[in-house]
Design a binder for this molecule. Structure first.
Ligand code: HEC
Length: 366
């Protein structure tokens, strides 16, 4: 009996001691935090034990939260293409890309964002991190501004990114659909040089909307087009790098100018996509609609070639060109600069166009 009482009091002493130690530790932590001694600067790094602890916390948390996520099919080329556009628009300053080794923001970030062009991750983890972000790091929660389908497109692209060459990366980004959110930004932001040109053009722009090369578009469509989507010809394009592809591109342009529908259509591959001022169409839709509008516009127009160049990328050749097109709109001559990026592939001995991206903007000073 006495023994038991003694044991109990021993136990009580131990509990009291532990509590006292905890209180002292908490007080010490409070004093330490409040004193301001801790360096919160991102240029001062965690000690190794703290960094290790945070690493485990982060990995376990992501794993535990992403476990139940169901991964949809990620091999759809359209999905991957969409993700490429999203990634290029929003992620490369922090996560880099093939051919992009650094950025202004990256050296100062702590923790350092991983180079996602060099590391392969589980799609569920990627989805969860992109949607929810990571606390106390620069990784934002993109779920606030993007739906799940868009986030999956980024994951689909990230599954293909490691191992891409800079040329392959540039090509897929050039063919990607525009980032819709950027488009909204561009409408109010005017961050693009074309938008600046449009500003400079002043009131005349209203009249030129209808004469961009998508002249056949419904009024709503024309208004939705945005100068920010202009396919800038990649810097590696060299005149006559792929002469036969350039000849085919030129033949297509000549056919349009001459109004030769059959010749123009013969140069388009069966699965070709035509994207004018941001609106994608199949070959059939183009043949039924915009083709006639393009021909009508070019018929009496004066066309000056500004630049043309090409490059070879596996079995695809890319031909980029810029032209100034002067046509009469509502009785007044108006000049737009048309930028065009064609992807061509060889069918037997002939080069055919598999993709057209075209964007036109008024030439400044009008
Ligand atoms: C402002 C910088 C910044 C931007 C922009 C950014 N991230 Fe991050 N991201 C980070 C940082 C920092 C981390 C690492 C956080 C950590 O480990 O605590 C990270 C982590 C990640 C991870 C997890 C990597 C891993 O090893 O587990 C993925 C996936 C990711 N980001 C995808 C994206 C995508 C996709 C975008 C564009 C939509 C994007 N990030 C934009 C900073 C950024």
């Amino acid at each position: 009996m006495r023994k038991r009482i003694k044991q109990r009091s021993n136990g009580a002493v131990a509990v009291r001691t532990i509590l006292a130690v905890l209180v002292i530790l908490a007080a010490a932590a409070g004093v330490y935090i409040y004193s301001g001694v801790y360096d919160i600067g991102a240029d001062d790094h965690h000690t190794r034990p703290v960094a290790g602890l945070l690493q485990v916390l982060r990995e376990r948390s992501i794993e535990a939260h992403s476990g139940d996520i169901k991964v949809p099919a990620l091999d759809d080329p359209q999905l991957i293409l969409k993700g490429a556009g999203q990634y290029a628009a929003m992620c490369t300053d922090c996560h880099l890309a093939p051919g992009k080794a650094d950025s202004e923001i990256r050296p100062g970030l702590y923790p350092q964002p991983p180079d996602l062009s060099r590391q392969h991750l589980d799609p569920r983890d990627e989805f969860w991190v992109i949607k929810h972000g990571i606390k106390m790091s620069a990784m934002p929660a993109w779920g606030f501004s993007h739906d799940d389908a868009t986030i999956w497109s980024m994951v689909a692209f990230l599954q293909k990114l490691p191992g891409m060459t800079p040329a392959q990366y540039q090509d897929i980004v050039a063919r990607a659909p525009p980032d819709d959110d950027m488009e909204m930004g561009a409408k109010t932001g005017h961050s693009d040089e074309h938008a600046a040109a449009a500003d400079a053009a002043g009131p005349a722009v209203a009249g030129t909307q209808g004469m961009s090369l998508s002249a056949g578009a419904a009024p709503g469509q024309a208004a939705a087009s945005s100068a920010a989507e202009a396919p800038l010809p990649p810097a590696e394009l060299k005149p006559q790098a792929v002469p036969l592809a350039e000849a085919a591109a030129q033949a297509f342009q000549t056919a349009l100018q001459k109004g030769d529908r059959a010749a123009a259509l013969a140069l388009l591959a069966p699965d070709a996509t035509i994207r004018e001022d941001g609106h994608a169409q199949t070959r059939e839709a183009y043949a039924a609609g915009h083709l006639a509008a393009d021909i009508a516009l070019l018929k009496d127009a004066q066309i000056t070639q500004v630049t043309q160049g090409s490059m070879s990328m596996g079995d695809i050749a890319v031909v980029g060109s810029e032209r100034d097109i002067t046509a009469t709109v509502k009785g007044k001559p108006v000049t737009v600069r048309s930028r065009e990026l064609l992807d061509l592939r060889q069918f037997g001995t002939d080069w055919k166009i598999v993709s057209i991206q075209r964007q036109s903007a008024p030439v400044a000073g009008q």
